[in-house]
Design a protein. Structure first.
Length: 363
């Protein structure tokens, strides 16, 4: 009897071992199968597909940003950006409303095509440490956190692509071209600006290394230096006599003053509209611009002039005064250096955010 009982116990134990062994093998195999779907670190962007792309969905961050951004612009500047001319000065609440009223619905085809382009971009070597440029390698450290929030706009920010908070503003006029190659480049360009805004301090430190290496510059024969300073310490009033300064939403609150050793002076490169041209643009002055929805009537914004900057002795040792004296950006050593890097392709030198982004896409 005892022998039969021992045999039964033995058989039961064997069955239990076999059962748990099978379960372990099944779980192990399932784990291997799941691991096959996980990309190698830094090779693919791991983004939740449900939240990868949003279309015209604005949140509190957008509202908070425009509430701060709009008032730092002059009334004339916002008029140029929106085509809306106020009946009286400083109607900023009405200006702010334009950044919500001027959103346009994406078509199904546009949403499908833009999503397709974004899927291509997140696999692009430039964003995944598979490209050997120093600009790409730097961006790749932040690329895994990319989110794409797209807003389709009409008559906002001169109908130029830009970013507001964590949103890419895409003008209706550009989507109508169906030039998808250029649209893809625009998406990449603006997404870099989103990353810059999220990691601006780290980008600023990189700019100091990238653009301010004296030994590197002297080796190539270029004499310049970039001096970052808060915009609130710069007096732009002299600039406004002949021009209207336009704020670029893709910049931060830092002005990067360029010191040119050959010209022996300090310079900035602002976004400006010629005041005489603005005053004589009938479509803008009588508000027919918005009614006709004709972006060909928009003023031309220039970044081709470098304005000399002097110390503002009346406001303290670290304040600067922009003068009316100017030179072409092509004459700056900084610009010549960048042209040499890009095989003479034009680079925007108004702010390192733009300069870096151009270099990222070109090189």
């Amino acid at each position: 009897m005892k022998s039969i009982f021992k045999t039964c116990i033995y058989i039961l134990l064997v069955c239990i071992v076999i059962f748990f062994s099978i379960q372990y093998i099944f779980i192990l195999n399932e784990g291997f199968e799941n691991n096959n779907d996980i990309p190698e670190p830094n090779n693919e962007l791991i983004i939740d597909k449900r939240h990868r792309v949003t279309f015209n969905k604005i949140g509190h961050d957008y509202n908070e940003y425009i509430n701060k951004y709009v008032p730092v612009n002059s009334v004339e500047s916002i008029h140029i950006k929106t085509g809306f001319k106020p009946s009286k000065e400083y109607e900023y609440k009405r200006f702010i409303s334009k950044y919500k009223e001027h959103l346009v619905d994406f078509s199904d085809i546009e949403q499908e095509k833009l999503t397709e382009l974004i899927n291509e971009i997140i696999k692009d070597p430039k964003f995944n440490r598979r490209h050997n440029s120093k600009y790409s390698m730097f961006v790749s450290d932040f690329a895994s956190s990319m989110k794409w929030n797209l807003l389709k706009t009409r008559n906002l920010e001169l109908n130029l692509p830009c970013t507001i908070s964590n949103y890419i503003l895409f003008p209706e006029s550009q989507l109508k071209t169906k030039d998808w190659r250029h649209i893809k480049e625009t998406l990449m360009h603006e997404q870099i600006h989103i990353l810059q805004r999220q990691y601006q301090d780290k980008f600023n430190e990189f700019y100091k290394q990238l653009f301010n290496n004296p030994r590197h510059n002297n080796t190539r024969g270029y004499g310049y230096h970039l001096l970052p300073i808060k915009k609130e310490l710069v007096d732009y009033s002299a600039l406004e006599i002949e021009h209207i300064q336009i704020q670029n939403p893709d910049e931060d609150d830092t002005e990067w003053i360029i010191y040119d050793t050959y010209l022996n002076g300090y310079y900035i490169v602002p976004y400006v509209v010629n005041r005489n041209i603005y005053d004589n643009m009938e479509g803008f002055q009588n508000n027919t611009f918005q009614k006709n929805n004709n972006n060909t009537d928009m003023p031309n914004v220039s970044t081709l002039s470098a304005f000399k900057v002097e110390l503002n002795k009346t406001s303290g040792p670290h304040s600067y005064l922009v003068t009316g004296n100017r030179t072409a950006v092509q004459g700056l050593e900084y610009y010549k250096y960048l042209m040499n890097l890009t095989n003479k392709k034009h680079i925007n030198v108004a702010h390192p955010n733009e300069t870096f982004t151009d270099l990222f896409l070109i090189t």
